[in-house]
Design a protein around this ligand. Structure first.
Ligand code: SF4
Length: 188
């Protein structure tokens, strides 16, 4: 997977410690973005198997966070995410054992429906099981608030997080076209 960097332990993005994968590109859609310095880092290819092994060797982290820059930036990064989820499913055949996978995107919920359905994420994410998408632009002058789904304070009031274990709710919120036809989820 093409990334800027892996941070083995982060504490502010979810209620449990996580491993952060920093995606390499963004269209800079948020005014006042605090992440522009990350673009200066070299982009490298990290094999999925190495990332998963690195995560498994750290007893402190319970989730994997795909974050900023923008994980849904283009087809290449979305392909990388799809492949990574497939490799996680291979590494953790039992759904209950899979680490929580959290995608931090700057797209608003109503912009995500087409992306999720075009790349079959609306099926892949529920198939994986333990997934959350945190979405919405960073707004510099907005008020931070405590988000119950993530269990941490997030930067802007317009942002929200949806848990794909309750995917019928997520389909509705993300405005996924033909949601009833694509709903293959099993929230158990
Ligand atoms: S999505 Fe993230 S990296 Fe991109 S502009 Fe917004 S805050 Fe910055």
């Amino acid at each position: 997977m093409k990334l800027k960097q892996i941070v083995d332990e982060v504490f502010g993005d979810y209620k449990e410690a996580g491993m952060l994968l920093i995606f390499p590109e963004c269209s800079w859609k948020c005014e006042g973005c605090q992440n522009k310095h990350l673009a200066l880092l070299e982009t490298k290819n990290f094999p999925d198997e190495d990332i998963i092994q690195r995560f498994q060797e750290n007893p402190f982290t319970k989730c994997i966070i795909l974050g900023g820059l923008e994980p849904f930036y283009n087809e290449s990064s979305i392909d990388d995410i799809s492949m990574f989820i497939s490799h996680l499913i291979e590494a953790y055949p039992t759904k209950e054992d899979r680490p929580m996978l959290i995608i931090y995107t700057g797209y608003e919920m109503n912009e995500l429906g087409n992306i999720l359905s075009k790349y079959a994420f609306d099926a892949l994410f529920p198939l994986y099981g333990n997934g959350i998408i945190k979405c919405g632009r960073y707004v510099q002058d907005s008020s931070p608030y405590f988000n119950n789904t993530l269990g941490v304070t997030i930067a802007s009031l317009n942002q929200d997080a949806l848990d794909f274990r309750t995917c019928s709710f997520a389909h509705k919120k993300f405005n996924i076209p033909n949601a009833s036809k694509t709903s293959t989820c099993d929230p158990s």
